[in-house]
Design a binder for this molecule. Sequence first.
Ligand SMILES: NC(=O)c1ccc[n+]([C@@H]2O[C@H](COP(=O)([O-])OP(=O)(O)OC[C@H]3O[C@@H](n4cnc5c(N)ncnc54)[C@H](O)[C@@H]3O)[C@@H](O)[C@H]2O)c1
Length: 209
Amino acid sequence: MKDKNISVAVIRRLPKYHRYLKELLDRDIRRISSKELSKIIGFTASQIRQDLNNFGGFGQQGYGYNVEDLYQEISKILGLTRNYNVVIVGAGNLGQALANYTSFGRLGFDLKAIFDINPKFRGFKVNDVDVLDMDNFETFIEENAVEIVYICTSRNGAQDVADRVQKTKVKAIWNFAPIDLKVNEDVIVENVHLIDNLLTLSYFLKENQ
Ligand SMILES: NC(=O)c1ccc[n+]([C@@H]2O[C@H](COP(=O)([O-])OP(=O)(O)OC[C@H]3O[C@@H](n4cnc5c(N)ncnc54)[C@H](O)[C@@H]3O)[C@@H](O)[C@H]2O)c1
């Protein structure tokens, strides 16, 4: 099911709702008002009401929100009701850090392999996942029904990897390399440029001094 009518701005806020609602569930909190949710999550109560009205208005006057229902609905919208097979390309510092981070797996992103062109990684495992060379990349992707590729190569290698990804059925790339990848329209790229965040932080620090 496609949620075409939900704006990108709302979608970008959903992971934060998802995270906080999970924390509430873990604390066995079953219902919450938009005012209380606002205090915890940092969005205004009216923003929360507007956001959540986008998909069915789970709030009830005088009752608040049913945390479990809302969590399930947001999980559904975020596509988290099933698992995804993923691979990492680039077994350096960042690739290994992501492979060692177990929360992605808990959310349903199952790491099937890590790929690297450097022969020094042959026979290497990270967090029990094999590091493979790139020779059989496309075959592995097909045989293991991989749906997402995390690119953790150097800037120079990233476009080559994206070009190879596009020859497979994979339609989603999580790109950590500091480069704007050129891909076909049907491939979604989500960039994580940590340096952009750091520079924004440095701007605000400068402004506050
Ligand atoms: N390490 C960080 O904290 C960090 C932070 C932000 C961004 N990044 C970005 O993430 C990327 C990875 O950073 P890193 O520190 O892990 O680098 P790294 O040099 O430790 O690892 C990069 C790995 O990619 C492999 N590689 C290069 N080209 C390849 C290709 N075509 N196919 C397969 N493997 C290939 C290399 O052999 C190497 O093992 C870089 O683009 C970097 O700018 C890293």
